[in-house]
Design a protein around this ligand. Structure first.
Ligand SMILES: [Zn+2]
Ligand SMILES: [Zn+2]
Length: 124
C-alpha cells in the first residue's frame, strides 16, 4: 500500500494486537476500520506516531486525498472535542489517515481543548 499523501510505501506497524500502516517517508498513519479508536484507548500507543509534526502540518494542507485501499475520495473529519485537528476518513472502508503528529494530538486532549470545551457548553 502507498501513502495517500506523499505516495511513498507504507509499512506495517503493530502495537499490541492492533495493526496499522505507517508511511516510510512522511510517517503518516493509516488505520483500517476504526482501529484509530481502538488504539486511542491503549496506553502508550502514541509511540507509533514517530513522525515530525512539521511534516504532518505541511501534509495536512493537501486538500484532496484518495483512500489507499479503494481509491475513493476521503472526507476530512474534525473531532468536536479537538477542532484544530483534521484527519481524513473513507466512508467506503471506514479507514482513517492521520498526518505525522496528529495521532499523538488525537490521543491527548490538551488543556486548551478542555477549557474551550467548557466554554462551548451551554450553561444550564
Ligand atoms: Zn507519506
Ligand atoms: Zn477506503
Amino acid at each position: 500500500m502507498n501513502c495517500p499523501k506523499c505516495k511513498a510505501a507504507m509499512a506495517i506497524v503493530i502495537f499490541e494486537d492492533v495493526e496499522v500502516d505507517r508511511c516510510t517517508a512522511c510517517k503518516g498513519l493509516w488505520f483500517d476500520s476504526r482501529e484509530n479508536e481502538r488504539l486511542k484507548s491503549k496506553r502508550g500507543s502514541e509511540i507509533i506516531d514517530s513522525g515530525d509534526p512539521k511534516t504532518g502540518r505541511k501534509n495536512n494542507t493537501i486538500p484532496y486525498v484518495r483512500c489507499p485501499r479503494d481509491g475513493n475520495p476521503m472526507v476530512r473529519m474534525v473531532d468536536p472535542a479537538q477542532p484544530h485537528l483534521w484527519y481524513e476518513t473513507c466512508s467506503t472502508c471506514g479507514g482513517a489517515y492521520f498526518d505525522a503528529g496528529e495521532f499523538r494530538d488525537y490521543k491527548n486532549l490538551t488543556v486548551l481543548d478542555f477549557i474551550k470545551d467548557l466554554f462551548a457548553k451551554p450553561r444550564a
